[in-house]
Design a protein around this ligand. Structure first.
Ligand SMILES: C[S@@+](CC[C@H](N)C(=O)[O-])C[C@H]1O[C@@H](n2cnc3c(N)ncnc32)[C@H](O)[C@@H]1O
Length: 226
């Protein structure tokens, strides 16, 4: 059973989603699913710009106060962990250190929390978990999944990854997954067998380089088309 203890409450912004997934102006006109969006501000920011975005995540079965508490409880340990493993990440003028990272993530999560009740009531935040989603076939033009599939390769087996991507392909005409690394910034052990499996089933699968790179070597996304 999914509990709050399972959640890594670490949310990214619309700008980060745009560069992780090479989201274009034309993507913006379509229906987008953000799967495993967690406390990202992607949906809140995109909706404010007029995009059509639905996010799904088992986190959304909890209320604002519970999610905020979980963020507050775990925040310092994430900062400490990131400091300990700072060499795994790409620091830049834009994001010079762990403190700046903490501010950026907290700002994104605060924006998510402010939007959550209204967004959940209007169906933009849906409690759902892979590998089964409560959406009709072809509900979305693009389904994106950031920092869940492949990242937790040790915790979830290859079969889970295949079933999850097939499910995303059922509900979305195109699927994009980022990054292709697992925790520890090493290439995911499942990528090549998942790609082979999907190709055997007749899917068009591409690995593409993207602008975003925060984990060293984490600058590739998987694009799957039916
Ligand atoms: C590290 S967060 C990523 C948040 C966001 N996508 C981002 O990149 O900022 C991983 C998310 O995966 C969600 N998650 C865990 N199990 C899941 C499942 N079976 N299906 C979908 N999402 C799941 C967690 O609740 C959490 O919000």
């Amino acid at each position: 059973m999914f509990t709050l203890n399972d959640v890594v409450p670490w949310g990214r912004s619309l700008d980060e989603y745009r560069s992780m997934f090479t989201l274009t102006d034309s993507d913006m006109t379509g229906r987008i699913l953000g799967c495993a969006d967690g406390p990202a501000s992607f949906n809140a920011e995109a909706t404010a710009l007029g995009w059509s975005v639905v996010s799904c995540d088992p986190l959304y079965r909890f209320g604002v106060a519970e999610i905020r508490d979980r963020i507050d409880i775990t925040f310092q340990s994430f900062i400490d962990q990131t400091k300990k493993n700072a060499a795994e990440f790409v620091w830049s003028n834009d994001l010079p250190d762990v403190e700046a990272l903490g501010h950026r993530r907290m700002a994104a999560m605060a924006q998510f929390l402010r939007d959550f009740d209204v967004g959940r009531a209007s169906g933009r935040y849906v409690d759902a978990e892979l590998p089964k989603l409560p959406f009709a076939d072809d509900s979305f033009d693009v389904a994106v999944c950031a920092h869940f599939l492949f990242l937790y390769s040790e915790q979830f087996p290859q079969r889970f990854h295949v079933d999850s991507i097939l499910e995303l392909c059922r509900v979305g005409r195109e699927v994009r997954v980022f990054p292709l690394l697992e925790l520890g910034s090493v290439p995911s052990r499942h990528v090549s067998s998942v790609v082979d499996h999907l190709r055997t089933l007749g899917f068009n699968v591409q690995i593409e380089q993207v602008e975003y790179e925060f984990q060293h070597g984490g600058n590739q996304m998987l694009r799957v088309l039916r």
